[in-house]
Design a binder for this molecule. Structure first.
Ligand SMILES: Cc1cc2nc3c(=O)[nH]c(=O)nc-3n(C[C@H](O)[C@H](O)[C@H](O)COP(=O)(O)O)c2cc1C
Length: 391
């Protein structure tokens, strides 16, 4: 497994030398990238000698002529760990700035990221640093909390780089997580459907596709191959996921049945319209002073259909209900014949539709319901997939 160790300009940079060795002892191939400030404390030659690998320091460096090293290293990395991570580098990572080799590699990478902050306690407590760490955590970056103690500047407080043992343990945990779904195919339905009334109007709902997108990212972080069958959404899906775009429920059924053949896990996160207009009008319904009646017919139950057709797959449905009551989720579990239902209470402020956060309750046939707690949709998605694997 390839690890890129990013070292930034902290007094604790000297500890990265031992960390590189400790990671190599765990079987990782370690390549080091130093920021300019890090080179005031440690040298590329030190890490090249220790690791037997080239060490990058400059954005325009090309150890292999004609190959962009930041892209090569990002593609080849199974995991990136930034230790020690300065306040400056943490804030840049959170903001998506790529103004040196290290931050550019992180921007170009899709693999998991581990960040071990080290700094003066005031810099650590600074609102901006704390906000950046929170933001990174919502994107599933593993933060190895600094320790409390006497720091180099003579102050006492939280800011000392975590022990190498703690950093290695986190790297190992993230590396193991990456194998949870290795070799598995996960199919996710996402977003709303649009059910045409005529050629310019349709019935739809408030689903944004954010939960589906988070599930796709989480499944990729856990090592799966991912297919998303998506209704019309603004949200973007990870580039490594295969995305099949559909518009209405009937198209979503066809695309999901095709994608789910041989799949290991199928998650129905799409908010599929329960009904569609019986006879969509060709052209446009014209205004008149008379009331009109729209006849609706039921749409296919996609997730129930997939569960019946592919009994070997773990099929999970979502139940977005305006209540924390689990009666509907339990009823759906049985009626749809699925492996589990992820229920979420869309009446609660700050979670559910269009929101950045969610709270899921996993309802299965033989275990007590369990809650993810309120967290980012990506963290909920990682929680859900890991629970499904062990259930
Ligand atoms: C002696 C010395 C020690 C420093 N130690 C730290 C530190 O532990 N953590 C930190 O966030 N910044 C520290 N800094 C400040 C950073 O080096 C500075 O913000 C730099 O711009 C960080 O650049 P980088 O994030 O690209 O490595 C230190 C500066 C000096 C001069």
């Amino acid at each position: 497994m390839n690890v890129v160790l990013g070292v930034s300009g902290s007094i604790a940079a000297y500890r990265a030398a031992d960390l590189a060795r400790d990671l190599m002892r765990q079987g990782f191939t370690v390549r080091v990238c130093l920021t300019d400030a890090a080179q005031k404390f440690v040298t590329a030659a030190l890490f090249e000698t220790l690791t037997g690998q080239p060490c990058l320091t400059d954005t325009f460096e090309e150890p292999q002529v004609g190959r962009m090293a930041h892209i090569d290293w990002a593609r080849q990395a199974d995991l990136i760990v930034v230790a020690p991570a300065t306040a400056n580098t943490i804030n840049k990572l959170a903001a998506g700035i790529g103004d040196d080799m290290l931050t550019t590699i992180v921007l170009a990478a899709t693999c998991p990221l581990v960040v071990a902050p080290a700094m003066n306690p005031q810099m650590y407590a600074n609102e901006v640093t704390q906000e950046s760490l929170r933001l990174l955590a919502t994107r599933a970056t593993a933060i190895v909390e600094p320790q409390e103690g006497d720091v180099a500047c003579g102050e006492h407080g939280q800011g000392k780089l975590a022990t190498n043992e703690q950093i290695v343990a986190t790297v190992n945990a993230v590396a193991v997580r990456k194998k949870v779904l290795a070799g598995k195919h996960v199919v996710i339905t996402s977003g709303p459907t649009q059910e045409p009334i005529d050629e310019v109007r349709y019935l739809t709902n408030r689903s944004s596709g954010k939960m589906g997108s988070a599930l796709a990212r989480a499944a990729l972080l856990l090592g799966a191959r991912v297919t998303v069958v998506s209704g019309p959404v603004q949200v973007s899906y990870p580039l490594q996921a295969k995305v099949v775009r559909v518009r209405d429920a009937v198209q979503m059924l066809e695309a999901t049945v095709e994608a789910a053949q041989g799949a290991d896990i199928v998650i129905g996160a799409a908010a599929v319209a329960d009904y569609r207009p019986a006879d969509p009008v060709v052209g446009k319904v014209r205004r008149s002073s008379e009331p009109i009646t729209l006849t609706l017919v039921p749409n296919p139950d996609i997730i129930a259909h997939v569960a019946r057709k592919y009994p070997a797959a773990k099929v999970i449905g979502f139940a977005a209900e305006p209540t924390s009551e689990l009666t509907v989720a339990r009823e759906k579990l049985v009626r749809k014949g699925v492996f589990a239902i992820a229920a979420n209470d869309v009446s609660q402020p700050g979670i559910g539709f269009e929101s950045e956060n969610n709270e899921l309750v996993l309802v299965t046939h033989d275990q007590e319901p369990i809650s993810s707690g309120k967290r980012s949709k990506l963290q909920c998605a990682l929680w859900l997939l890991q629970k499904i694997v062990v259930s």
